[in-house]
Design a protein around this ligand. Structure first.
Ligand SMILES: *Cc1c(COP(=O)(O)O)cnc(C)c1O
Ligand code: SF4
Length: 336
């Protein structure tokens, strides 16, 4: 960026400065040029998108860097692998109101925006049609009406895309509307931004979260301890100060966190910064990401090893989402 007056590093500025050229990435990180052709083809299918604060945590010249592997488009993504589909969770079919998914009892998930700050190559939403769709006012009114009419709903989950891509003003308006619904008691925010762009956790955001009568829970998404630098720790601290409970969900990914040592490091580092592990998801069979897949037998073995080494509260629930079920499905370890 060659602006004459340097812009302050607000989260909006950082969000607008994502790296979106595979060629620039390969050059900047000193990676082999031979990757470029495949990277460009994969990028044409699902765009590469990397924010600066994430890029800064990647080690130059290391093709196996776990943060790099999550965002680097690869030629392998173009392979057609049987069983890997465009919509593995069949989510496109379970919306009673556009933008709202009510699959589980007591809680509804609302897709505030299809946009994300980063494009993770393994994302099960990589083929969704709503890439940049934002929830409009009419749709929002329908969602409010739906929740108001069903007193069994006690929790709303802001999801996406990444709901924290929305401005503080917009979030505040949503929360103000939700507070009017008496049976709603909890607001959950599923966001990767506290990890990817910790600058997003601003004072004005934490004020909104502190002031609402709803109990706020944030589920961040981190897969490897190397993602959790000091800035992330500070962002979590700011959330704590606003009275927000913070959990982590991770995805088990080949080549990134498929070892007991790394998963143990992740749990310990999360706890260090005040976050408890919640779910460890087995990978969804999404087309273009088969190279991240880990068989269930191996996933269970990893979890058993983890359980043998950590206190129970640092062991995440190994789970997957099976379309049509009333909850996530836990993968139980074999009994003796
Ligand atoms: C994952 C998910 C939830 C939340 O499930 P928890 O087990 O409470 O974390 C809610 N609704 C939908 C549609 C989901 O996919
Ligand atoms: S942040 Fe989450 S929703 Fe966005 S691309 Fe990554 S995994 Fe997908």
């Amino acid at each position: 960026m060659n602006s004459i007056i340097p812009l302050p590093d607000t989260w909006q500025t950082l969000l607008s400065q994502t790296l979106e050229s595979p060629e620039a990435l390969i050059r900047y990180l000193d990676l082999p040029e031979s990757l470029l052709e495949g990277a460009n083809r994969a990028h044409a299918e699902f765009a590469m998108r990397i924010p600066r604060p994430w890029l800064d945590r990647i080690e130059k010249g290391n093709l196996n860097d776990p943060l790099l592997r999550q965002v680097l488009p690869l030629g392998e993504e173009m392979d057609d692998v049987p069983g890997f589909t465009q919509d593995p969770l069949e989510e496109m079919h379970s919306n009673p109101v556009e933008g709202l998914i009510h699959k589980y009892k007591g809680r509804v998930l609302v897709i505030l925006t299809g946009a994300c700050a980063i494009n993770c190559r393994y994302c099960f939403r990589r083929h969704f049609p709503y890439a940049d769709n934002r929830l409009g006012p009419t749709q929002w009114q329908k969602i409010i009406a739906y929740i108001t009419a069903d007193s069994s709903i006690t929790e709303i989950i802001f999801s996406g895309g990444d709901p924290l891509v929305s401005s503080d003003a917009r979030l505040k308006q949503f929360i103000t509307d939700l507070e009017q619904i008496p049976h709603l008691t909890r607001l959950r925010i599923h966001s990767r931004l506290p990890v990817v762009l910790p600058q997003r956790i601003t004072e004005s955001l934490t004020q909104v979260l502190q002031q609402t009568r709803l109990k706020v829970v944030t589920v961040i998404h981190s897969n490897h301890p190397q993602e959790l630098d000091e800035q992330v720790a500070n962002a979590v601290q700011r959330l704590h100060q606003a009275g927000v409970t913070v959990f982590n969900q991770a995805v088990l990914l080949r080549g990134i966190n498929d070892s007991c040592e790394i998963l143990k490091g992740l749990s310990e580092k999360l706890f260090d910064i005040g976050v408890l592990p919640y779910y460890l998801f087995t990978f969804d069979p999404v087309k273009g990401a088969a190279h991240f897949d880990i068989p269930d037998s191996e996933a269970k073995q990893l979890l058993q090893q983890l359980q043998d080494q950590l206190p129970g509260y640092l062991v995440p629930r190994l789970a997957r989402e099976i379309p049509g079920r009333g909850s996530k499905t836990l993968l139980s370890l074999d009994q003796d």
